[in-house]
Design a protein around this ligand. Structure first.
Ligand code: TYD
Ligand code: MG
Length: 457
């Protein structure tokens, strides 16, 4: 017997309640509870003893006997995109792409759809734009391709049937919020509908080994609009970001079943579509003088790739009786507070009521602790008004005693600096053994602690 039960589910934290409330008692968010209809099948019993010994034997496979399946990956000419996917698109993979309106999601996916036609038929399904609108975007991108099919459809049940029948290699859904299923009463875009539609897409993808890219809109505070579990239902979640007025776009992998997370790739939005930027370090650290005050280059690891970033610091007088400002962009604010405390104790940097501004240009946010030393040198340079050569970089995590701790992937970081013509780099003494015998075109300056650094400048 089927029973329908109405529940209110918080779209922020997933909290369930039988009655509607203005504020979620679990996460405290206002207006986040939305109605969902749960269908439960009551009194359904699983018959005992229905499995034969033979069936059980087939279910249990010895660890040693399991053979690894080679994942076949679809590749494109856009190397950075393939790298983000972990080396290409895996058959049956479902990827959610989110980002602000106008950032370039439809452009990116139309370009990629065109690339994947090398493997067979690709279908681009849009509920957002008319076929002629998509065609005119395609013309602008220089696309001419008879294996690329467009379809204007919002009924997910029809899409399900059509895709199961036609079996294309890759399908683009633009966007999940426009889809609706006849099996649910609510309107398109509600959490119930988004969940229904995603379930159906994941099902058709896995049953037929078809890849899907799903566009998902985000709310004002940057979260995927729809139920929280949307992100759990798909194999990968990519976000597309960029600052208004800038041509650069950052594609990031937030979740990645067949690759690594926090991987990022940079694109530029041109007149004729998106172009990958392979040498992204040049993008982040261009236009610089020989020597600078308050600026230091750090090689940081994002996912599996090293990026060279510039940490900039500015100190101003501030209000002597007010609370000093600590404005931090692109770096963890708490981390900067800790570094300022270390700077005060170990380097005599007395900031008092002064205002401090820390910025990483390029719209990127870093978490890599190896940037600690560079951030502190940048701060010290403004405070003591000393110029720093921009041909020297810094790598090292800092401890509270002022000790410089070992970092991971040191070789990768040094190779990137070498490639971009750096002359030297401060690195932790603790990394010496790993790199000493290798041949770098860089002067390696080993440091145990901040005292050793101060002796050198
Ligand atoms: P779009 O892909 O429609 O964004 P989304 O799907 O994320 O909403 O991109 C829209 C913007 O990109 C629009 O402002 C125009 C710009 N654009 C270019 O600059 N060059 C191009 O070749 C294309 C197709 C779009
Ligand atoms: Mg779009």
């Amino acid at each position: 017997m089927k029973k329908e039960k109405s529940m209110y589910v918080c779209k922020e934290c997933g909290y369930k309640s039988i009655k509607w409330m203005g504020k979620c008692p679990n996460c405290g968010e206002w207006g986040s509870l939305e109605e969902e209809v749960e269908v439960t099948v009551a009194n359904k019993k699983i018959p005992k003893g229905s499995l034969s010994f033979q069936e059980i034997d087939e279910k249990l496979v010895s660890f040693d006997e399991i053979k690894m399946e080679e994942n076949f990956r679809y590749k494109t000419k856009v190397k950075e995109f393939d790298r983000l996917l972990g080396g290409g698109l895996v058959q049956g993979e479902v990827i959610l792409l989110t980002g602000n309106p106008g950032i370039g999601k439809s452009t990116l996916l139309l370009q990629m759809a065109n690339e994947y036609t090398e493997y067979g038929d690709i279908i681009y399904i849009s509920g957002e734009e008319s076929l002629s609108q998509i065609k005119s975007r395609g013309d602008r991108l220089g696309i001419k391709n008879k294996n690329l099919y467009l379809m204007s459809e919002t009924n997910v049940d029809k899409i399900y049937e059509y895709i199961s029948e036609r079996k294309p290699k890759v399908v683009i859904i633009d966007s999940i919020q426009t889809l609706y299923s006849e099996t649910s009463d609510s309107i398109a875009g509600t959490p119930t509908q988004i969940r229904e539609a995603t379930l159906k897409i994941v099902d058709v993808a896995k049953k037929n080994n078809i890849c899907f890219f799903i566009v998902g809109h985000i709310t004002k505070d940057g979260k995927v609009a729809g139920p929280k579990m949307l992100e759990h239902m798909v194999d990968a979640v990519f976000t597309f970001e960029g600052e208004e007025g800038l041509f650069y776009r950052i594609l990031r992998s937030e979740k990645n079943r067949f690759g690594s997370t926090n991987e990022l790739a940079i694109f530029s939005m041109e007149e004729d579509g998106l172009r990958e930027i392979q040498n992204s370090s040049e993008y982040f650290i261009s236009e610089r003088n020989e020597k600078n005050i308050g600026s230091m280059i750090v090689p940081v690891l994002e996912g599996t790739k090293v990026f060279l970033l510039e940490i900039q610091t500015l100190i101003t007088e501030g209000n002597p009786i007010g609370i000093p400002k600590r404005v931090v962009q692109g770096f963890d604010k708490n981390r900067i507070q800790i570094l300022m405390a270390i700077g005060e104790k170990r380097m005599g940097i007395n900031l008092g009521t002064k205002d401090v501004f820390v910025n990483i240009p390029g719209g990127i946010s870093i978490k890599d602790p190896a940037a600690d030393l560079g951030a502190l040198i940048s701060l010290m340079s403004v405070y003591k008004n000393v110029e720093i050569s921009q041909k020297i970089a810094a790598i090292g995590e800092l401890g509270l005693r002022g000790e410089i701790r070992k970092v991971f992937f040191i070789d990768k970081r040094l190779r990137e600096l070498e490639k971009l013509g750096f002359k030297g780099v401060y690195i932790p003494e603790a990394n010496r053994k790993e790199v000493e015998k290798k041949d770098y075109k860089l002067k390696l300056i080993y440091l145990k602690n901040l005292d050793e650094f101060l002796e050198r400048i």
